[in-house]
Design a protein around this ligand. Structure first.
Ligand code: SF4
Ligand code: SF4
Length: 332
């Protein structure tokens, strides 16, 4: 079920483009009809809203799989990475993430405005005899450089974050940190995903919500686990997340965390939408206390390990079934 790493490096600049690319043949998940022959599965762990226990599930899965072959955890929640708090990896490598931003030559610029009209992000503007660049708005797409008839634009690098790597036991760990004050998480998420190991289990901890960084983190995955809580708020954001992953044509399943605290709305919704509920974690004070101490569920309560191994097996089966069904649907 290998996914082309190159697809994760694609320069995507907006949700619409991301969705379209991911829905295309190249941008979507693997389509190998013989998916069962490969061990490589990329699982995105997402949630429509923050605070549902997404990182608890992602880290518990990684810990459960330790010793069962290659396992990698990518924390793509680059605005607030916190998987390292639960896994405590020894970070041994750090590298900056840079984006190219334009620099305008006063000598060459004729103030024609072609660049500012071409920029989709209002990151470059011509005011009288000044061509101004707003680096915080610039997505580094290179369009202005391309369209400038005078070749007045060159590019310089601007650091927007870092990617750090290391190991937590046998788990290969990678996370990104967006520089405080920066608005664009995409380049840092792409840099984290660019470190994916071919082969083995890859677990991607996705940022909360349903915006561009989520699309960036989820696309290219073989399966998406949506972690939610059984409340009206959980249901509302779960429905949005389901809409998003379906647009990306990624199969999904649900984990209900804090079961017993709310109502049956999430389960009813999943049944109506034919979305499997793959694991329920009860509302349990001991689990909350573990989390408060910075311990993952499987680390603090190893009796949960078989349940997470079963969860992984279900994910693999569901992902493989989706690939086969996809291939069947596309057959002429
Ligand atoms: S397109 Fe080139 S010449 Fe025209 S305003 Fe922009 S930088 Fe100047
Ligand atoms: S690189 Fe792209 S986003 Fe940045 S100023 Fe140029 S056109 Fe706008």
């Amino acid at each position: 079920m290998a996914v082309a790493v190159a697809a994760w490096d694609a320069d995507v600049v907006a949700v619409a483009v991301l969705v379209a690319a991911a829905a295309s043949d190249e941008g979507s998940r693997s389509e190998s009809p013989d998916a069962g022959e490969s061990e490589h599965v990329i699982l995105a762990v997402a949630s429509g809203k923050g605070g549902t226990g997404k990182t608890l599930v992602a880290t518990s899965l990684a810990l459960s799989l330790e010793g069962q072959g290659q396992v990698q955890l990518l924390d793509c929640d680059v605005e607030e990475p916190n998987a390292h708090i639960l896994l405590r990896p020894a970070l041994t490598r750090s590298r900056p993430v840079v984006v190219p931003v334009p620099r305008v030559s006063k000598e060459r610029c004729t103030y024609c405005r072609i660049c500012s009209e071409a920029c989709a992000y209002n990151a470059i503007a011509v005011m009288g005899k000044n061509t101004l660049v707003f680096p915080e708005l610039c997505h580094g797409c290179g369009v202005c450089t391309y369209v400038c008839p005078e070749k007045a634009i060159t590019e310089k690098e601007r650091e927007v974050g870092v990617v750090e790597e290391g190991r937590a036991g046998e788990i290969r760990f990678v996370h990104g940190r967006l520089t405080i004050g920066e608005a664009m998480a995409g380049p840092v998420i792409r840099a984290v995903k660019g470190r994916v190991d071919p082969g083995g289990a890859v677990i991607v901890d996705v940022p909360p919500g349903n915006s561009c960084p989520v699309v960036e983190a989820v696309q290219g995955s073989d399966f998406c686990l949506l972690v939610t809580e059984p409340t009206p708020f959980g249901l509302h954001d779960l429905a949005l997340a389901v809409e998003l992953v379906r647009k990306l044509r990624i199969p999904c399943g649900v984990v209900i965390n804090r079961e017993g605290c709310g109502d049956q709305g999430v389960e009813r919704y999943c049944a109506q939408q034919h979305i499997p509920v793959l694991l329920k974690i009860p509302l349990d004070r001991r689990i909350a206390e573990l989390y408060c101490r910075g311990q993952s569920l499987v680390a603090g309560m190893p009796t949960w390990r078989p349940a997470f191994l079963d969860l992984w097996e279900s994910v693999r089966e569901q992902a493989e079934a989706a690939v086969v069904s996809d291939a069947r649907d596309r057959r002429p």
